[in-house]
Each structure stands twice: as structure tokens, then as C-alpha cells.
Design a protein around this ligand. Structure first.
Ligand SMILES: *Cc1c(COP(=O)(O)O)cnc(C)c1O
Length: 371
């Protein structure tokens, strides 16, 4: 007798759609037989690995046969100092996705629900669904999170409420005052998870980190990552800042060595590399100008973004344009899965990458007679 093995999985897991990342450069180069593919698809740092991070990795590689420090002592202390929090408020993760998953595993069961926004980062839905918990999706307001409606969507079974600030893939953001209003109106049995993956890039009046609010609102959890402005996406380091009790739960749940030794060393080094961070931010600021003025010249609407990417609305079928760009060696991200079938998300690259993307886009659009 055979059994449908998939039917043995937990019900929530049976309905999971695997996360689809951007296509790797190597894969497309192999397919097209070319060597100059550019990837503007995963919001990675176009500056590449910081020299200091690289040197730190080289230094610890010789210890590769040993387990890393499972408590991330030095990295946590450096973070605590920089953020003005205590080390016992920190949980390190194998990327911040790891921490998001720990939150779901620690606080959601099948009787619970979690609140997210329409067009929000898709990992929230994945980790909620994997717990067999219910996802409550609140309609977006002008592409951004409707924080008032999200607070109203909370009920007695809600345990988590996810806010991406700024959000990926829309680039929309909420001022700190609105975040605080939400915290005032959400009952204390709901953990509010504020995902600040793009925090370092944001240069908007009224924006601020929610970390300073944790003292007043112990149900607030803020997550950050080294994958974007700090340029360590491949090494996988992120963290949560929370009340020590929440950190205690997350630290009980995580794998003992969830952040590897190379990643710990690299994160500690790049955290001290202020010049790398400032270069990243400045390059991003200029790249944003370059891309958005290019879109304006092409008559394309885009969603103003506070992150290192822009969602641009394209005429006709965005997935077709995505495939045409692939044929020209340019990887961007179609976002139909985020309920945005008419947009493409483009990560801000090096100046020459942005230029090649804009020139190719212009050419494809005029070939298609769409502009
Ligand atoms: C990229 C991103 C993350 C970070 O992912 P890592 O696992 O740290 O690489 C988290 N949240 C959002 C909204 C993101 O776009």
C-alpha cells in the first residue's frame, strides 16, 4: 500500500508556496552563454563585501573545524553598545528571516492568527502558515501599510502583527508617530514585529527606529539585518531587539549554532566599518535619483521608495518584460506574487548597472511600441 507522502505533512505546510528568490547570476549566464549578466533582483548591496568584513572572514576561516560561539558574545555586545540596549534583549539569526521564523514558532499555534498588510514582505505569510496559524491580510493604502486598519484587525486570538518599515517590495514607510499610535491601540497580548531591514537607507523626515519604543511597549520586537546596507547577504546574519523575556523565548528555540563563525566575524567587522555604510547609503541615494529620473523620462509611474529598490509600473505584461530583460542579461524581480502584476521591482545597482538597465528598458519599451 502506498500513501500520499505529502498528505502526511502538517496542513499549513501542505499549502506553502516555496519562497522564490531572484535568479542567480551564474544560472542566467549559463543559459545565455554570456558573462556580463547584472542582477538587480534581490536588494543586495552593489558595493560587494566590505574589505574589513572580508579580512575578518579570512582571519577566522582557519578555525573552521571548530563550532562558533553559540551565543555570539562579541557581536551582541557590539550591537548592544551601538543600539543602546542590553545584550539580553538581542537574538541573533541566520539572516533576519531566521528570527521572523523563530517568532512564529514561539508564539503561533493553530488557534492563533497573525496580521500582515497586503503587498507586504512574503516571508511573514510563509512563517505564519507553517505554524498552521491563520493569516489576516489587511488591504494596503496607497501601496503602504494601513496601520489603523491593521490595529483594528487584531482580535483575542492574534499573537503577532508584522510591519515592514520600509516595506519590500513597495518601498513605502511609516513615520514613528504612526507606529507609536498603533502600539498604543494594540492590546498587550499581541507582539508587534517591526521589520527594519532597510532602516539604514531611510532618509525621510518623521522616520525613526522603533527600538527606542521597546522600553515603553514591551510587546514590540524590532528586527534588523546585515544583508542589505551592510552587504552580507550570503553570510546570513540578522537579529531581533526585544524585551528580555521575548529574547529568552527566541533564544531557547533557535538552533545552538544558528549563526556561523564566518558570519559572526564579518558582521562584527562591518558594524565597525562606518565608511562602508556611508558609501552604501550615498551610492544608494544617487542610484535612486538616477533610476527614478530615468523612469520619469520614460513616462513610467513608480512608487516612491525609502529602500534600496524601486517598484516601477510598466505598460503591458510585466512578466513578459521581465523575460525580455532576462534575454538581455538583466535580472529584475517580477512581483505578481505580491499582488502587483503590473510592477517590476528593481534593486538599485552601481551607476553603470542602473544605466544599462534604463537603456535596455527604454529600448524594449519602444520596440514593443508601448511608449
Ligand atoms: C531582505 C529582507 C529581510 C532580510 O532578510 P535576511 O534573512 O536578513 O537576509 C527582512 N525583511 C525584509 C522586508 C527584507 O526585504
Amino acid at each position: 500500500m502506498s500513501v500520499d507522502l505529502k498528505s502526511l505533512a502538517l496542513p499549513g505546510v501542505q499549502h506553502l508556496q516555496p519562497y522564490q528568490g531572484g535568479m542567480p547570476v551564474e544560472e542566467l549566464e549559463r543559459e545565455l552563454g554570456i558573462s556580463d549578466v547584472i542582477k538587480l533582483a534581490s536588494n543586495e548591496n552593489p558595493l560587494g563585501l566590505s574589505t574589513k568584513a572580508r579580512e575578518a572572514v579570512d582571519r577566522v576561516l582557519k578555525d573552521g573545524a571548530r563550532y562558533p560561539d553559540g551565543n555570539g558574545y562579541y557581536l551582541k555586545n557590539a550591537l548592544a553598545k551601538q543600539l543602546g540596549v542590553c545584550a539580553n534583549q538581542l537574538t541573533l539569526g541566520n539572516g533576519s528571516n531566521d528570527v521572523l521564523e523563530l517568532l512564529a514558532r514561539g508564539f503561533l499555534g493553530q488557534q492563533h492568527n497573525a496580521v500582515v498588510s497586503e503587498h507586504a514582505f512574503v516571508v511573514y505569510q510563509l512563517v505564519i502558515t507553517a505554524q498552521n496559524a491563520h493569516v489576516v491580510i489587511v488591504p494596503a493604502k496607497q501601496w503602504g501599510h494601513d496601520l489603523e486598519a491593521m490595529a483594528e484587525a487584531v482580535d483575542s486570538q492574534t499573537r503577532l502583527l508584522f510591519i515592514a518599515n520600509p516595506n519590500n517590495p513597495t518601498g513605502t514607510w511609516a513615520p514613528l508617530s504612526s507606529v507609536e499610535r498603533l502600539l498604543q491601540s494594540v492590546p498587550p497580548h499581541v507582539l508587534v514585529v517591526l521589520d527594519e531591514a532597510y532602516f539604514e537607507y531611510v532618509d525621510e523626515a518623521g522616520y525613526g527606529s522603533a527600538i527606542e519604543l521597546i522600553k515603553q511597549y514591551p510587546n514590540l520586537v524590532v528586527t534588523r539585518t546585515f544583508s542589505k546596507a551592510y552587504g552580507l547577504a550570503a553570510l546570513r546574519v540578522g537579529y531581533a531587539v526585544s524585551h528580555p523575556d521575548v529574547a529568552d523565548i527566541l533564544n531557547r528555540l533557535r538552533q545552538p549554532f544558528n549563526v556561523n563563525g564566518l558570519a559572526l566575524a564579518a558582521a562584527q567587522a562591518v558594524l565597525a566599518d562606518e565608511e562602508y555604510l556611508q558609501n552604501s547609503i550615498e551610492m544608494n541615494r544617487q542610484g535612486y535619483q538616477q533610476l527614478t529620473s530615468g523612469f520619469e523620462k520614460l513616462g513610467l509611474d513608480y512608487i516612491p521608495s525609502a529602500g534600496n529598490f524601486v517598484a516601477v509600473q510598466v505598460p503591458g505584461d510585466a512578466s513578459e518584460l521581465y523575460r525580455s530583460l532576462l534575454q538581455k542579461g538583466i535580472i529584475v524581480r517580477p512581483i505578481a506574487l505580491y499582488g502587483m502584476p503590473n510592477h517590476l521591482r528593481v534593486s538599485i545597482g552601481l551607476p553603470e548597472e542602473n544605466e544599462r538597465f534604463l537603456n535596455t528598458l527604454s529600448q524594449l519599451l519602444s520596440d514593443g511600441g508601448a511608449v
